[in-house]
Design a protein around this ligand. Structure first.
Ligand code: UD1
Length: 399
């Protein structure tokens, strides 16, 4: 479960001092940073923003496909960190990020989401006195056994400006002593990406034709379900994983279940030796898919099963029923307003909930407030005011 780290790579251009700096590390960061970079580049006076990729995710399928499909520019700096234990990975990102930050001294470091790269770079910036801006702040599962929850709480404590996706997040932050004026409810940048990319989504039939022509015929009649699974709580405990996969095999009797498998999950399935049985049951096992393929599969699915945070929100934005294979969620608006339902990892509960959805009892919900494709523009507007107040960037130039 580890990949050799590679050297830090910097684009040959002379390092620009000042400006903003945005950090990405893992797959779910890419669709959050893309609309920010696009919004900063808009108009006659763009906000300059350097892009740093930590290298937490590095596979072509986990990184390059997303950069390409989402039009993200090549990073100015690639820290080339790779995989390792949480402590190793976090420490190595910090060690490699510090000199980059010292050389460039941006006006602020923008971090998104809740992955190890987020907290590592926030901590380095805060210690060097560079203001941290957290996009997707204030989400809480109240479950400290999830590494992301620790990353969220710490990143928010280190941040100067906190941008939230749903109203509940503000209360969470106030309870933790964050000053109210730091918090801005702007909506969901990941949904900016979804709305922008919807017209380019790859039709599900096209992806299925490529992955499994036999399943395509079945899906033509019965539709398809989509499954993703990568949380350590579900994947790293063989008895839990086996139970979930048993339920999935049952569901696959009714309709093909497309299952793009995360590298960590792939290794766990190999250890269990159940891939053949799953495929025989009608589960389509694939490698990680690109954003546009996933969007098409999600939009047309009769049912999504997942333990991903992002997909709970994407299915809510699309009005597609989602069964979340966790006991809690840090994104409660997907339950109260959206199409999401928590079903945990108990096989019987998963199977019964899936039956109900497939029999027509799924939730479609409604799209939450400010999930309208404009969140990144709102963030830019707040940042411009903030920079002007500090006398930074164009503020310094008297704009
Ligand atoms: C990370 C995030 C998680 C996010 C997920 C999306 C943390 C704590 N977790 O989890 O919040 O939902 O990304 O995918 O930051 N690997 C590869 N190729 C890659 C990347 C990883 O093979 O490009 C393998 C490695 O064996 C690695 C394992 O996947 O050890 C886990 O990668 P890691 O980045 O540590 O965590 P994720 O499980 O991907």
């Amino acid at each position: 479960m580890s990949a050799p780290a590679t050297a830090v790579r910097t684009r040959p251009a002379a390092p620009e001092r000042g400006g903003l700096m945005c950090v990405v590390g893992a797959r779910p960061n890419f669709m959050k940073a893309a609309p920010l970079l696009a919004a900063f580049a808009e108009g006659p006076t763009p906000l300059p923003c350097a892009l740093v990729h930590t290298g937490q995710h590095y596979d072509a399928e986990m990184k390059d496909a997303f950069f390409r499909q989402l039009g993200i520019p090549e990073p100015d700096v690639d820290l080339g960190v790779g995989s390792g234990s949480h402590a190793w990975q976090t420490a190595e990102i910090m060690r490699r990020f510090e000199p980059v930050l010292e050389a460039r001294r941006p006006e602020a470091v923008i971090v998104v989401g809740d992955v190890n790269s987020t907290v590592a770079c926030a901590l380095v910036a805060a210690k060097l006195g560079v203001p941290v801006v957290h996009v997707e702040a204030g989400l809480r599962s109240f479950d400290r056994s999830m590494p992301e929850e620790i990353n969220r709480v710490l990143t928010d404590q280190l941040s100067e400006l906190l941008f939230t996706t749903e109203r509940q997040a503000r209360e969470n932050l106030l309870r933790e002593g964050i000053a109210p004026w730091r918090i801005h409810f702007v909506g969901n940048v990941m949904i900016d990406t979804l709305r922008a990319q919807e017209p380019r989504a790859v039709p599900a039939a096209e992806t299925l034709a490529r992955l499994a022509p036999r399943a395509l015929r079945r899906a033509g009649e019965a539709g398809h379900a989509l499954l993703t699974l990568h949380r350590p709580g579900n994947v790293d405990r063989p008895e839990v994983l086996r139970g979930i996969l048993d339920a999935v095999a049952e569901i696959a009797r009714r309709l093909p279940v497309v299952f793009p498998v995360h590298p960590r999950t792939r290794a766990a399935i190999e250890r269990l030796g159940v891939a053949g049985r799953l495929e025989a049951a009608g589960v389509v096992l694939a490698g990680p898919l690109g954003y546009l393929e996933m969007l098409g599969l999600m939009r047309e699915a009769r049912l999504v099963l997942t333990d991903s945070g992002g997909m709970q929100e994407e299915t809510t934005a699309l009005g597609v029923p989602c069964l979340t294979l966790r006991e809690n969620t840090e994104r409660p608006v997907t339950l109260t307003e959206g199409s999401n339902e928590l079903v945990g990892s108990d096989p019987e509960r998963i199977r019964a909930a899936a039956e109900r959805v497939l029999d027509g009892g799924g939730r479609r919900g409604r799209v939450p407030e400010r999930w309208d494709g404009q969140a990144a523009r709102r963030i830019r507007a707040v940042l411009e005011r903030w920079l002007a107040d500090r006398g930074g960037l164009r503020g310094a130039a008297g704009a």
